[in-house]
Design a protein around this ligand. Structure first.
Ligand SMILES: Cc1ncc(C[n+]2csc(CCOP(=O)(O)OP(=O)(O)O)c2C)c(N)n1
Length: 284
């Protein structure tokens, strides 16, 4: 398969992830739509092309790892893993209900395919750094990917982990910053700005930094990860310039953090997402 075909396949996968993410959250009626939808394209690239994984053997020792440090984005992870065949997709339509294996925030003890438990912002980054160090120490050639939010980067723990990762030259670690410009209380710039920018901070901490102009474009994400693989002796940080709520008719215009739309709004959003998927599938 040539690269053009691969990218088309990833665009379809991203649209499938968006649709399933909406359905997963719709099953509960409310949830973190914004920060789930902004991640769909990155998830498509990671799970559709980049990561070495085996859905039939989720704890395979040489697998690549993924840590959703912004654990409130659980639904996009459940959609991705379901579409990859880790479990029947329908089982995730029990989001955050009593007894479910699909809590609102990702939990490795509950959901097949989730590598590490997250939800308390900042902690997943430290867990990912530990996983990268451990895998390297055991001589594996795998990679650890970690996704953090731009609001999450307000947490001091992110920067302790970043310093550690650079010091130990963890070039098997790739951090994706979902730079959707918004957090729970509003714009990141208003709540707690990042001075010269998140990329400049990672650079100051000794990381290789790649800025992705359109973080909702699968090809740009794919190319950046290939470039990251060439860099030795440093971890890489990808700054994904994304749109919060991307593709959700009721959430994208406002960039809402969490949403509780009416049934009519859910129906409209799911129909629009289905139409988007059909249109992308029809592209050559
Ligand atoms: C330690 C901690 N403090 C507060 C929260 C509550 N919380 C959940 S999501 C969120 C905002 C995160 O913003 P961002 O990282 O930008 O996420 P995104 O916009 O990508 O959804 C907050 C404050 C939390 N989960 N953990």
């Amino acid at each position: 398969m040539d690269k053009k075909q691969k990218m088309q396949q990833l665009r379809v996968f991203a649209a499938e992830i968006r649709l399933e993410t909406l359905k997963v959250i719709a099953s509960r009626g409310f949830g973190h739509v914004g920060g789930s939808m902004s991640m769909a394209d990155a998830m498509a690239v990671l799970y559709g092309e980049v990561m070495n994984i085996d859905p039939k053997n989720p704890r395979w020792e040489d697998r690549d790892w993924f840590v959703l440090s912004k654990g409130h984005g659980g639904p996009v992870m459940y959609a991705t893993l379901g579409l990859k065949g880790y479990y029947p997709m329908e089982s995730a339509y029990t989001l955050n209900q009593p007894g479910t294996d699909f809590p609102s925030h990702t939990d490795r003890m509950k959901t097949v395919g989730v590598d590490l438990t997250t939800g308390s912002l900042g902690q997943g980054m430290s867990e990912a750094v530990g996983a990268a160090l451990g895998n390297k120490a055991q001589g594996r050639n795998n990679h650890v990917f970690v996704a953090v939010g731009d609001g999450e980067c307000d947490e001091g723990q992110i920067w302790e982990a970043a310093q550690f990762a650079a010091h130990y030259k963890l070039d098997n670690l790739v951090c994706l910053v979902d730079d959707n410009k918004r957090q729970l209380d509003g714009a990141v710039a208003d709540v707690m700005g990042h001075g010269k920018g998140i990329g400049a901070k990672f650079d100051a901490f000794g990381w290789n930094v790649i800025n992705i102009e359109d973080g909702n474009d699968v090809e740009q994400i794919y190319d950046a990860i290939q470039a990251a693989y060439q860099v030795k002796g440093q971890p890489t940080c990808l700054i994904l310039n994304t749109t919060k709520g991307k593709g959700a008719t009721f959430a994208e215009p406002s960039g809402a953090h969490s949403s509780q739309p009416t049934q009519e709004q859910w129906d409209e959003a799911i129909a629009a997402s289905e139409a988007e998927l059909a249109a992308i599938r029809a592209q050559k």
